[in-house]
Design a protein around this ligand. Sequence first.
Ligand code: HEM
Length: 364
Amino acid sequence: SHAYPFYGPGPQAGIATAPQRHVVYMTFDLTSENPRDLQVLLARWSASIAQIMKGEPISKVDPDRPDAGALDTGEALDLGPASLTVTVGLGPDLFEKTGLQAHRPAGLRPLKHLPGDALTPEISGGDLSLQACADDPQVAYHAIRVLARLAKSTGTASTRYAVMGFGRASAGKGQATPRNLLGFRDGTRNITSDADREAFVWTDEPGWGKGGSYQVMRKISMFIESWDTDQIDDQNAVFGRFKVSGAPLTGTQEFDTPDFTAQGPHGPVIPANSHISLAAHEHNDGLKILRRSYNYTDGINALGMLDAGLLFLSYQNTPEAFERLQTRLGAADRLNDYISHVASGVFYIPPAPAEGSYIGAQMF
Ligand code: HEM
């Protein structure tokens, strides 16, 4: 099983990394406003993440003194690194709370209210985020579990909310395009080149944050029963693509370039209010974002309906890029009949620390 390095130079793993199969995503609230506590937590998290990404426990599971407890809880022993990446994010309010406002990245602020928002505050926001992705769900879960335990035991941060995702719904370079829970290929026209990552993903923040990225999290619930009654040609029109092949409605192969100018008897062949027409860079002054989403399920809801959707995760060099796209989609996208944005978060992802250092060390 593959191991990714945690330490830099370069950005943190888990953004440009080819998406693994599973994610556990968790956010935290600070319970201490002392910057020293945050410093210790970031240092301990960093050292622990470096360890577990190698497939090694953060301490002996079976301590020398049998009457002692252990930091590592043991459930990932023998599972290997499983391509684990743990990506640490810093929330907008963290800097003021800890008196570190001089270090807040320029673009970091809560997202503005966007059309289509149906957000539940309790599962939105947060001061810290952890995105653990792995090819083995238990390895991802173990990572979050031991890191949450460290946060709590030091009295620095408490858990806020979590989303467990299975089945990547985005593709990296060379990966086959997977399907989201609406049955469509997701990630066909995603960012895969270094040039696009330079232009749209990594920030140019002055100082310590340079080369990081902004993470946007949206928990998007799907009205699955309703979608499943929709006829297939209508589903195709919602996205502007064919369900099985993933080809644009103007093509036959998945990677054919959509022709947004082609006209049919009732207007554009790819409808103007289809998801891809509204989101395409051709219609947004060239704007692109890196999508790295996962399918999630929370079982069934109070009405007995399937409670599932997309844990949408995107990376961009300014949160404004996401806001611009979602402003268009939220207002007009035909997909809105079948989805609802129920949670939201925005976090700064600082660059990876150098070996022996830790995330955000330059702030202290
Ligand atoms: C494209 C699904 C939400 C931005 C696509 C495609 C699918 C899809 C199937 C076509 C394949 C591809 O190129 O990846 C979904 C679903 C969503 C969702 C099921 C919600 C549950 C969003 C949101 C945004 C977004 C919230 C950003 C605000 C994009 C972009 C493209 C895209 C930029 C590429 C369009 C192009 O250039 O052709 N999405 N999406 N999507 N989506 Fe979404």
